[in-house]
Design a protein around this ligand. Structure first.
Ligand code: MSP
Length: 497
């Protein structure tokens, strides 16, 4: 049996509706989930919502709703968008669900029993927006808002106890934190002594959270609660630990701003609870609008719904996956979106399909011609397709999705050149069999390209395969059946003006 593949997105805060950044991570996870499913690996793709904490409590208050009412109202904002984006998640977790809260309490008990939770009086500077105490140094940076002096009794998790073990783990497992520069960032952070983590909030200040099992006057710090979704969803119990079907997770996909919580808090929590660490934490960059950060106050937040309505879901998925070098920031502008769409999808991919089908319809009564024996240029394309499939897999294994997509487009563009060199529209008048060979070859190249790109653009590639009447999902050359009648179609990727 193939190794199971378990991929997660961050669980999103329900204080606001989702934007293009949330859509990006979720599509990214979806592409990998679809890819591994296609390879025959048992796959669990998990996403969901982070519903506790101060931010949510405040957002609810502003609307005059109870936190639970507010959360219930926000859920469709996310699930409807995921439907619209054709997200194929297998599970959707909400941290207010009993199945989750139960596991948070089990883990708290377990960590408590390991002697890793202690009570202490703490006086310090508290940032309301960050929902945590900040250090003097952090205060001096001026980056924190809503700060007040606070003295409180709280519960602390002995994170510092696991510092050395964590450093060791990161060094011994080069893929644990990806990409490399993020790993170095964490190793740099771990060069300084690690503080313990305050994991409780007194109910007098915040009551929207999971109650501590050992003191009902407190709720759990929202991050300690939220991270546990990665094991509460696949299933955890005290006797068997996390479900062996899925754990350890293959990838936690996250944005670069939540790296410390995932690469420091989460692994030390797991160590204390005696649970294996995930295989990898992958931090992607941010979508910038032009050169600036996307923010509500600037008013440049891109709503994915409008984009899908205007251009269709597959082009949006394609653009987001193609444009961002995984791990780096990327720029979002409508101009870039349109020019990428026109050059890759309309002029290359779509154009090749319409050339092939038009010529087959006109000269071969719409039936896929017989390739006969392959000549050198056909053998070259066949060989290119074989090496394309191998390189594609290699790149996907290494999370280099944008390069994998680029390879397919380069292959398609090569086939377009081959069409021009052989000009089947002229050739058909002199040597119909030779023209048939060219059209078969281009059609087969389209079939293989569509199969490779299907995790990125599940709908349009399916349409393409339907047009070719190609139901064989084998990427081996020769899947297109001569004599098959083509199905009618509208242009697959009409040019955007
Ligand atoms: N609730 C926490 C995550 C808990 S996971 C156990 C959270 N939620 S969030 O809704 O604020 O952010 C979710 C994700 O959106 C983060 O990974 C963040 O990096 C990502 N993005 C927010 N803005 C973004 C862009 N402009 N571009 C790309 N991703 C961005 O944090």
């Amino acid at each position: 049996m193939k190794k199971p593949f378990f991929i997660t997105t961050p669980i999103y805060y329900v204080n606001d509706k989702p934007h293009i950044g949330h859509a990006y991570t979720t599509i990214l996870a979806d592409v990998f989930a679809r890819y591994y499913r296609k390879k025959g690996a048992p796959t669990l793709f998990l996403t969901g919502l982070d519903e506790h904490g101060q931010k949510v409590q405040e957002a609810a208050k502003e609307k005059g709703l109870s936190p639970m009412e507010h959360c219930n109202k926000m859920v469709p904002q996310f699930t409807n968008l995921w439907d619209k984006l054709h997200i194929s998640n297998d599970d959707f977790i909400r941290t207010t669900e009993p199945r989750h809260k139960k596991v948070v309490q089990m883990i708290l008990n377990k960590v408590f029993e390991s002697g890793d939770i202690y009570e202490a009086e703490y006086e310090g500077l508290y940032s309301v927006s960050e929902e945590r105490f900040i250090t003097e140094k952090e205060f001096e940076t001026g980056q924190f808002r809503d700060i007040k002096k606070l003295k409180e009794k709280n519960y602390f998790f002995k994170m510092s106890k696991y510092q050395e073990r964590l450093i060791q783990h990161i060094k011994e497992n080069p893929k644990f934190i990806q990409p490399n520069h993020r790993k170095n960032e964490i190793l740099g952070f771990l060069r300084k002594p690690l503080n313990d983590l305050c994991i409780s909030r007194p109910k007098s200040r915040l009551n929207w959270g999971v109650e501590l099992p050992f003191n009902s006057e407190y709720v759990t710090y929202v991050w300690f609660d939220a991270l546990i979704n990665y094991i509460s969803a696949p299933g955890y119990d005290e006797d068997h630990g996390v479900s062996k079907d899925w754990w350890p997770a293959s990838h936690h996909l996250i944005g670069k701003d939540i790296l410390t919580t995932h690469a420091v808090y989460w692994p030390t929590m797991l160590m204390s609870a005696g649970i294996d660490l995930p295989e990898s934490i992958f931090a992607h960059g941010w979508w910038l609008m032009g050169d600036s950060k996307m923010s509500k106050s600037i008013g440049n937040v891109v709503d994915p719904i409008n984009l899908i309505d205007d251009y269709g879901v597959d082009p949006v998925r394609y653009y987001l996956m193609r444009e961002m070098v995984l791990g780096q920031d990327a720029n979002f502008t409508i101009e870039l979106f349109k020019s990428r769409y026109n050059s890759d999808l309309a002029n290359d991919f779509g154009n090749l399909l319409s050339r092939v089908t038009t010529l087959i319809n006109k000269n071969f009564s719409g039936k896929i011609p017989n390739p006969g024996d392959l000549d050198t240029s056909e053998i070259n394309i066949k060989n290119d397709s074989i090496s394309l499939c191998l390189s594609f897999d290699e790149l996907m294994k290494n999370m280099r999705l944008n390069e994998a997509i680029e390879l397919v487009i380069r292959f398609i563009s090569g086939v377009n050149k081959y069409m021009e060199q052989n000009a089947p529209w002229k050739l058909v008048k002199e040597d119909k069999r030779a023209a048939g060979k060219v059209l078969y070859t281009a059609g087969e190249a389209l079939r293989i390209s569509a199969l490779l790109l299907s995790p990125v653009m599940p709908n349009r590639t399916k349409t393409l395969l339907d047009i070719l009447d190609a139901f064989d999902s084998n990427q081996k050359w020769g899947g297109l059946k001569p004599g098959t009648q083509l199905n009618d179609h509208a242009p697959l990727f009409p040019r955007i003006k």
